[in-house]
Unconditional design. Structure first.
Lengths: 362, 306, 365
């Protein structure tokens, strides 16, 4: 039998080692899975994890896919630290895309350096406004924010649908539900020539850096932590829970909105009903994969993006059904989450005498 | 009158899978665990129930298989979050992703097949009563099972020693542990019960409501069930009413359209969500009640320190 | 760019690692002579509807050309930001002909097509073309009209129930055609439309179907993707029109006929054209005549005289002597859509955004 013992402080070595351990376990489990399906496990693993890293194009696509995951993940992590459960980032993402996209259409064919920033601001505002609803209901009426933010996801998706079927529908689009293609001044500038990777990725990295600095050096970082872990103590220390709720929702909503408008003005280039593809939910996983730490979230976002793109490649090259990719991703997440235990705890063999080998050696 | 009765029947069908999933998650959350993987457990239950019904030729075998499959998914969650102390929110989301993929992968053989129709209970005398007869009597057994489950759960949480322990664990697992209650064991059992219920909810979809199997067929109902638990402020009968409210508005808006109600369909489709928020705001503005019911240790990892 | 050089360095290192896996990486080269054909699907191949039928076309291509082609398909591709990447990857992997089979793939297809002028693209249901992008679609409304004629005779309650997804022209023209077909033989017929605001939610589709039946419909039409409505019709002992594929498995008694999208013939001819070097960008809108839309024979529930009546209409459509949208035709608001004897042109048809006179309820904007 084994026994779990807490460490006095988290093991740094384990913090770095566990992701690799998880990856290794996933690959082993994947071998079994692929072999059962009658596919070459070595090749499948290669295609999912390594091949996407060997071409500039798929790396650029990883950046495209990771951008919204990182932006949203950072915002959510701030709230999660304070125990504020914004589960509805998907809705804020959708609203950001909608308001930003509406701005882009309102400014159709207007040139100027200020066009894109204005569009982005509109997107941030849209996300914030949508996030303000659960924040207001929570602080004013004590309404549970998990439920409200989740319900608002469905409402936002339907709202987007109404808008692209109606007011924002392209006049040249034969009444099909999609907006015009945005004009050039309203599109995110491309980062790497010939790919879809856009400056939003750099913005996401800067946001991660800013979040790191905020958490490390600013009093807000401490306030979030105290409110989350010891609400009573927070009150004594003068940190207002209400303000933390507002802060968390506005920041995470704004970032989700920004991610939405980046998506609309970046890889998609117009408003379509299928714009939200679940980044808001996946980002929750990313936030926890990154242990709510900005640097971790950047890595987590890139890793998840890698598996999506690798999964597509495996479908293309090996005709691996898309359901397999989802199972595989699920396994990867399970292993990443469970190996986390090694960071904060030691696993000891109960019968072991003092000095015997324990599993916590890096 | 017939139409009214039929609308009621439609609501009952729409609400029943939500009742199952919500009541299961309610117990789980009462014990202090937040399992966001309801959607994943439901879809696996939907497949298992359907597959077992076809392979074994018995509806009840299907129901048992669905409950078992849901419970196994929950067991996976329990091992990860209770024994290996993984984060509950992230694990739950991963469980949903995994479940949707697994069901799609294993379910390929069953798409396009038909399961035998589920018979309705018939109570001579009662089922023939006007209006009351068809609404209250003469459903499939699952509908009654769902109601019974709510009643038993409500009674169990309130009146039994084990129910009290579950609530105590949800409030303060350290204190409960200190008095000697096996926190982890209780949570394992609660989780597996919750998984079994979610599996039953999924099976209702694939065996009664639609009834066939196709991937992604839960279409977000697991999330609605989660929302209903919060909506109910963790009270079983409120979760039941919430499910009926949600199902009711969905069905009534569909009927409204058929009768020529002239509103944007997407706006109508929003109604159940908006109504849920409004009702919740109304209930929760009574500060004392809502907070008292929320399990204080919900979502927090328990580590047995001694 | 500095960044791109950095990536090149990194990728170089990884390429070295790639040597270990060399045995697995040689696959691509050996099949150089085969024509590579790829299909991109919006749903799962097992959806028993839209995607399933496109997958049948891919199988037909494979069966027809055997070793001369190499086929690839990608399922569950969302119409949002992911579509472009998938299409691009397929083009990069050396596919010669790529079928993108959902409306939402239109702009992504065009974007990729610009970058790969030598690759040929076939986009289903869109309206934008390029030198290397063709479009193709099926005149579903023809089948709906014929099915409507039969339904007009078959309904005893004079009510047809219609489950609709979103108010796009494709769906709207389907509702209109069904109604006009039914009305042509039964002036008292009504059509009840319920919009479910989703393409796929079996539970909700079943609920909508039930609501329609409760309100008196005894024949169900649908323009959503799951077989839930067919299944419900089977349980209720009424009739239903199959959608996209033959749904007999779900409603052995209920399905009186079905509208089957048969993309095989078209797909095969386009593959052949690429092989022959005769491929050109075209716009194909085929219907009953071209075999792109087929209807399995009437079920036993359809009396011989009704079948004969509907078959006559079908024959006229195939012969080109009759168009379902022929004037005089008024819009729901009473304004004139088509003058007496006027036949709708394809442009107006494919952008149809009004109900015809006689359809109840108002069309969502």
């Amino acid at each position: 039998m084994f026994r779990i013992e807490p460490r006095k402080e988290p093991s740094r070595a384990m913090a770095y080692a566990t992701p690799f351990l998880a990856l290794l376990l996933t690959i082993l489990a994947g071998f079994v899975l692929f072999a059962l399906l009658g596919k070459d496990p070595l090749k499948a693993t290669w295609i999912i994890f390594i091949e996407p890293l060997t071409t500039l194009y798929s790396i650029s696509e990883m950046m495209v896919k990771a951008t919204p995951l990182i932006l949203i993940g950072i915002g959510l992590a701030l709230g999660f630290r304070a125990g504020v459960w914004n589960i509805g980032a998907e809705g804020q993402f959708t609203m950001g895309a909608l308001t930003g996209g509406a701005m882009a259409l309102a400014l159709y064919q207007i040139e100027g350096f200020w066009v894109l920033p204005l569009i982005c601001l509109a997107g941030i505002f849209g996300g914030m406004a949508w996030a303000a609803i659960p924040a207001l209901l929570r602080t004013r009426f004590n309404t549970n924010e998990i439920l409200v933010s989740l319900m608002l996801v469905y409402i936002a998706t339907l709202l987007l649908s109404i808008m692209v079927h109606g007011p924002l529908r392209s006049p040249e689009g034969m009444n099909f539900p999609e907006s015009r293609l945005f004009h050039d001044a309203a599109l995110m500038p491309v980062l790497i020539e010939g790919t879809r990777a856009h400056w939003g990725f750099i913005v996401a990295l800067l946001v991660a850096l800013a979040a790191y600095l905020l958490l490390r050096f600013h009093i807000v970082g401490l306030a979030l932590k105290v409110v989350g872990q010891a609400p009573r103590a927070a009150r004594f220390a003068g940190f207002s829970e209400k303000r933390m709720v507002w802060f968390s929702f506005l920041v995470s909503g704004g970032l989700a909105g920004l991610a939405g408008v980046f998506e609309a003005t970046g890889p998609v280039g117009q408003l379509v009903p299928a714009l939200p593809v679940g980044y808001g939910f996946t980002a929750i996983i990313v936030a926890f994969l990154g242990r709510l730490h900005p640097a971790g979230i950047v890595v987590g976002g890139l890793l998840l993006a890698l598996t999506y793109i690798g999964g597509e490649s495996a479908q293309i090259s090996m005709q691996l059904p898309s359901s397999t990719t989802r199972v595989f991703q699920g396994l990867l997440l399970f292993f990443l989450l469970t190996t986390d235990i090694l960071v904060n705890y030691k696993i000891k063999s109960v019968r072991a005498r003092p000095g015997a080998i324990t599993l916590n050696r890096p | 009158m017939d139409l009214l009765v039929n609308i009621m029947l439609g609501i009952i069908i729409a609400a029943t899978p939500l009742v199952f999933a919500a009541i299961g998650e309610l117990i789980v959350e009462k014990s202090g665990v937040l399992n966001l993987g309801v959607e994943g457990m439901m879809i696996v239950g939907a497949l298992a129930g359907f597959a077992a019904t076809i392979e074994l030729g018995s509806f009840w075998a299907g129901i048992a298989a669905a409950a078992l499959a849901g419970a196994l998914m929950a067991l996976l969650f329990a091992v990860l979050t209770q024994s290996l102390l993984a984060n509950q929110v992230a694990t739950g989301l991963a469980l949903t992703m995994f479940g949707l993929g697994l069901a799609a992968l294993l379910g390929q053989r069953y798409s396009g097949k038909s399961a035998p129709e589920v018979s309705k209970l018939h109570i001579p005398g009662l089922s023939e009563l006007p209006i009351v007869g068809p609404i209250l009597f003469g459903h499939d057994a699952m509908v009654y099972l769902a109601v019974a489950l709510v009643a038993v759960t409500a009674w169990f949480l309130k009146n039994t020693r084990q129910g009290l322990v579950i609530r105590a664990i949800g409030e303060n697992h350290d204190a409960a542990h200190a008095i000697g209650h096996p926190v982890i064991l209780y949570r394992y059992v609660a989780l597996m019960f919750g998984g079994a219920c979610a599996g039953l909810g999924g099976a209702y979809l694939s065996l009664v409501q639609t009834p066939f199997w196709v991937e992604n067929m839960t279409a977000g109902r697991g999330w609605i069930a989660l929302a209903l638990v919060v909506f109910s402020a963790w009270r079983p009968w409120w979760a039941f009413m919430g499910a009926y409210l949600f199902g009711g508005i969905t069905i009534i808006q569909l009927h409204g359209q058929g009768m020529g109600l002239d509103i944007e369909p997407q706006l109508l489709a929003m109604l159940p969500y908006i109504a849920t928020i409004i009702v919740l705001v109304l209930i929760s503005s009574d500060r004392t009640k809502a907070r008292l019911n929320a399990p204080a240790n919900l979502g927090q990892t328990f580590f047995k320190s001694s | 760019m500095i960044l791109s050089n950095m990536w090149k360095g990194l990728t170089g290192a990884l390429m070295a690692l790639a040597m270990f896996f060399a045995a697995n990486a040689v696959m691509a080269a050996s099949h150089a002579k085969k024509l590579k054909v790829a299909f991109v699907y919006v749903g799962p191949v097992g959806d028993h509807g839209w995607t399933y039928q496109h997958h049948q076309a891919m199988k037909a291509v494979k069966a027809k050309f055997g070793d001369k082609v190499e086929t690839t398909h990608v399922e569950n591709v969302s119409e949002g930001p992911d579509a472009e990447r998938v299409i691009q990857q397929l083009a990069q992997k050396g596919n010669d002909l790529i079928f993108t089979t959902s409306f939402g793939f239109m702009n992504p297809t065009l974007k990729v097509a610009k970058r790969f002028p030598k690759v040929k693209f076939e986009h289903a249901t869109g309206f934008k073309r390029a030198a290397n992008v063709s479009t193709y679609n099926t005149r579903f409304y023809e089948g709906r009209y014929v099915a409507g004629v039969a339904a007009g005779k078959l309904t005893k309650t004079n009510t047809i129930g219609y489950i609709a997804s979103f108010p796009i022209p494709e769906v709207v023209m389907g509702i209109n055609a069904s109604y006009l077909g039914a009305k042509s033989v039964n002036p008292d017929v009504k059509i009840k439309v319920i919009w479910v605001s989703t393409w796929f939610d079996p539970g909700k589709e079943a609920a909508a179907a039930k609501a329609l039946v409760d309100q008196g419909a005894d024949i169900l039409f649908q323009h959503t993707d799951s077989p839930a409505a067919m299944k419900l019709a089977e349980q209720k002992g009424i009739l239903a029109l199959g959608q996209a594929s033959d749904m007999k498995a779900f409603g052995p008694n209920a399905q009186y006929t079905s509208l089957v999208n048969d993309w095989s013939g078209y797909s095969i001819s386009r593959v052949q054209a690429v092989m022959d070097g005769t491929w050109k960008s075209t716009n194909t809108w085929g219907g009953l005549k071209d075999g792109m839309l087929t209807m399995p024979k009437w079920s036993a529930k359809v009396p011989a005289d009704v079948a004969k009546l509907a078959d006559e209409v079908k024959a006229k459509i195939i012969a080109g002597t009759f168009h379902p949208f022929t004037g005089p035709l008024k819009k729901q608001d009473g304004s004139v859509a088509l003058k007496d004897g006027e036949v709708i042109d394809d442009g107006a048809l494919s952008g149809m955004n009004y109900y015809v006179e006689g359809v109840d309820g108002s069309l969502p904007k």
